[in-house]
Write a protein that binds this ligand. Structure first.
Ligand code: GDP
Length: 528
């Protein structure tokens, strides 16, 4: 019973957005509601400052902040809310993709003036692939922006979502008067005073009531009536099952900076958002109510304290209760490990905890045992699926610049790859190491961290690779595959898991190869 109660009171989600849409501001306001922080400005943005990409101190600062904000937990109305942080910078998109394997739902923040932006599209696509329930928050209504209907259209078209507004703005920008809350059937008038943390709402069960005219003026009232009628005509009624099945996405409007519309969002969120969900493993689906603990590593972070260069592995608890000092099976290594000081995360702090429940994240101190995707259980040989590597977009040879430190370099590269900073490929022809990354920034991070954490030096050398594709032959032994391996031997490499990878040097050669070897599948993610 206790386990079930704990599951019912948990909501674990991520906030995603294009940088600058207001993710940090919204996170902060949510924490304010939970009483988890006392003042605005307490949550640090984890975004890389513009133009600071070659400033190594900046990279370290970023990493420090991102440890602190990796998981922000708070309680609101007896619900334990875990927000998993997702970096907005596109060079760290893979980090975000991996974090999305550990959330049960997401809130997407969209800037009312800019509409759907590039990062939003990419991230929502990942959510769609995984059927993650989405709530949309349209932010910055205190500024002039796009017409609400146009924006809803844009969201449907660019993000391929099916939306239904659960709140609706009255005016916008200079003329912004407030929000009609379709979900609660009330009106919240905008005063533009960000210090107010709980807004007063006015009950409006019947929008035809003339009192509405007194409240917001006849013009605005009539416009609202017309628009709400249109909303009703055009958009489907909200249906919680459809939302949970990722087939319908409710939309809220507001202004995070002014703490306006945030309370409505949060109240609806705790009502409708899913509690921790079952998860698929290679052998079976595991449900959170199961007595035996299971969990998986979705993120690894090097310690920021130079005196303790251990790492923190972030484990999402899928089922059962995770207990301090109990030995658990590290399935990949087939060995038992016990954790004497598992960290739980609160607003800005971490603390040692005795018990954690499904939906929670624990941070485990690790001296090099964990890789992203590793599973922990009470003994069952079970592996969670679903943390793929994506085909990187940048490729360089990595060379050792200090022959006396080759061991350190090996170890450093090995551990950084386990953390998921980048991917290592070895060219089959000559065993040379190639580092593939999602963004160019990672090369500097790797070089800097190798030097400062492992005492190793590296240089890079350009290599002309357009895409890395994971190769899946229909039949390992057939003629076609043998021919492929012979003809393309110069372009074949092996990834860290020993999977065969084809390094295409151009879109054209990729296309030609695909045509020439129809029985071979070329995948752009490592899991297929
Ligand atoms: P993030 O990159 O998505 O985390 O965005 P931030 O939360 O850092 O916000 C980016 C900028 O937009 C900051 O200058 C915020 O003060 C501003 N901002 C956030 N929400 C609002 C809002 O509701 N109205 C206005 N006018 N500005 C906002």
């Amino acid at each position: 019973m206790k386990l079930q109660n704990e599951i019912n009171k948990r909501r674990t989600f991520g906030i995603i957005s294009h940088p600058d849409a207001g993710k940090t501001t919204l996170t902060e306001k949510l924490l304010l509601f939970g009483g988890a922080i006392q003042e605005a400005g307490a949550v640090k943005s984890n975004k890389a400052k513009k133009g600071a990409t070659s400033d190594f101190m900046e990279i370290e600062r970023q990493r420090g902040i991102s440890v602190a904000t990796s998981v922000l937990a708070f309680e609101y109305k007896d619900i334990k809310i875990n927000i998993l942080d997702t970096p907005g910078h596109k060079d760290f998109a893979e980090d975000t993709f991996r974090t999305l394997t550990a959330v049960d739902s997401v809130i997407v923040v969209i800037d009312v003036a800019k509409g759907v932006e590039e990062q939003t599209e990419k991230l929502v696509e990942v959510c769609r692939m995984r059927n993650i329930p989405i709530i949309v928050f349209i932010n910055k209504l205190d500024r002039e922006g796009k017409d609400a209907f146009d924006l809803l259209d844009e969201i449907e078209q660019k993000l391929h979502l099916k939306v239904t507004p659960l709140s609706y703005p009255i005016g916008m920008g200079y003329d912004f008067k407030g929000i009609y809350n379709i979900w609660e059937q009330n009106i919240n008038l905008f005063t533009g005073d960000p210090r107010k943390d709980i807004e007063e709402t006015i009950e409006v069960t019947d929008i035809n009531n003339p009192e509405l005219d007194d409240l917001i003026g006849s013009d605005a009232a009539n416009t609202l009536r017309d628009e709400l009628e249109l909303v009703q005509g055009v958009y489907p009624d909200f249906d919680q099952e459809a939302y949970k099945a990722a087939k319908l996405q409710p939309v809220f409007f507001g202004s995070a900076l002014n703490n306006f519309g945030v309370r409505e969002l949060l109240d609806c969120f705790i009502d409708i958002a899913p509690t921790p969900l079952p998860k698929e493993s290679e052998t079976r689906i595991v449900s959170p109510e199961e007595d035996n603990f299971t969990g998986f590593v979705f993120k690894i972070h090097a310690n920021m304290d130079p005196k303790h260069r251990d790492r923190l592995a972030f484990v999402k608890i899928v089922s059962g209760i995770f207990k301090r000092n109990v030995p658990y099976l590290h399935v990949r290594q087939n060995k038992k490990l016990r954790f004497s000081s598992p960290n739980a995360f609160f607003a800005e702090k971490k603390e040692i905890v005795e018990n954690s429940f499904p939906g929670d994240i624990v941070g485990l101190h690790d001296t090099g045992n964990f890789k992203i995707g590793d599973t922990l259980t009470e003994g069952e040989l079970l592996n969670y699926k679903g943390i793929p590597s994506f085909s990187p977009e940048h490729f360089r040879y990595i060379n050792n610049a200090d022959p006396m430190k080759s061991k350190q370099l090996e170890k450093g590269i090995d551990q950084l790859m386990d953390e998921g900073v980048a991917q290592l490929f070895r060219l089959n022809l000559n065993n040379r190491k190639i580092i593939g990354t999602v963004g160019a920034l990672q090369y500097e991070v790797i070089q800097y961290r190798l030097e400062h954490e492992y005492g190793a030096k590296c240089t890079y050398e350009n290599i002309n690779v357009h895409k890395a594709c994971w190769v899946e032959p229909e039949d390992e032994k057939n003629e076609e595959f043998a021919d492929f391996k012979r003809v393309k031997s110069k372009f074949l490499a092996t990834d860290k898991r020993g999977q065969l990878v084809f390094l295409a040097d151009s879109p054209f050669s990729l296309q030609m190869t695909q045509q020439k070897y129809p029985s071979i599948k070329f995948h752009f993610t490592s899991e297929f």
